[in-house]
Design a protein around this ligand. Sequence first.
Ligand code: NAP
Ligand code: F7E
Length: 347
Amino acid sequence: MKKKALIFGVTGQDGSLLTRLLLKKNYEVHGVKRRSSSFNTGRIDDIFKKEGNKTFFLHFGDLTDALNIQALIAKIKPNEIYNLGAQSHVKVSFDTPEYTANADAIGTLRILESIRAAGLSKKIKFYQASTSEMFGNSKKSQNENTPFHPESPYGTAKLFSYWITRNYRSAYGMFASNGILFNHEGEYRGETFLTRKVTIGVARIFLRKSKYITLGNLNAKRDWGDAQDYVEGMYKILQHKNSGDFVLATGKTYSVRQFIENAFDCINIKIKWRGKGLNEVGYDSKNTKRVLVKIDKKYFRPNEVNHLLGSYRKAKKILKWEPKITFKKMIKKMVLNDINLQKKSNL
Ligand code: NAP
Ligand code: F7E
């Protein structure tokens, strides 16, 4: 018998990569997609073409719809549920705080209660996509014991989900685990997150389709890993004999400014900086008049998390998980992919 997995957020970056991984491991994969007025399955269309309705099944649903979640879980009776669905953009969570709380916090509760209501508490393993955003501006390096202090509606909603997952584990003996993942990126990353926005911008500048990129805070630091490594970590978390909470990170941190410099490096441009605050610009070191990065205050957040750096010691020791893809290699991969995509696009 094949194992069955149900993925909320199957159309997203991580959902699409996890689907590929689980199919390779001989799972039957069920994914929940939202109804939208235009296509939202671009990241999984190729999988559906190959595997659709044989080993890969898509169901309409939404984390804000309890009846739908109950019906799906009772019908599919999966062995594993991965809750990767979320309004995942930190800046947008300040504009849509109630919706973010509904989907990212109560959505998790809806899944857990549906498992319980179906009498499947001891049969289903549950993975919750927790985040380093729950730490906020905490101390220098963060691990599973670091106190939480979220700085956004997104981080706060995710903290509810983290705790409700732990509550269901201790109250009902459910196998319910949190992966506390630091930023992870790649070719499937959404276009409005910093890394992808930069690699698309660099690709367009290389192809002479754009002159510059407009960004916000250049000084924040993130622990950036590659999403491919992180979905393998999610899988390992659910295969471990006990449920628990695990940080997945790289143990290295870089500023937004360093990410930009490395991305331009891939097209042989060395970026130099001049000016201060909103007037700062990044320019081509070979041509001081060629401004390639500008700042706009609309990309700043009401609250910022300035520094994230994770320790993945527990995951390494217990799960034998380690990130493999380096910061530089990940950026190069993303830039090359975006150059190829931009060559094909008429925009
Ligand atoms: P993503 O690309 O934004 O994907 C989010 C997924 O959730 C998409 O499939 C989206 O559907 C779906 N979704 C959004 N609202 C929903 C709703 N109300 N009901 C059902 N599905 C909904 O995010 P990601 O980068 O893959 O991240 C996966 C998960 O890990 C998220 O929960 C995120 O918060 C968390 N996380 C991410 C990172 C990171 O660095 N990537 C780090 C830590 C934690 P549409 O395609 O229709 O929008
Ligand atoms: O911002 C700065 C911004 O939006 C990274 C999500 O996956 O990881 C992600 O959240 C940094 C921030 O990711 C722009 O202010 C500057 O300091 O790519 P981001 P995030 O906020 O770290 C965590 C772990 C998650 O869980 C989330 O789901 O870059 N920044 N200028 C900018 N950011 C964006 N998006 N756009 C800019 O123009």
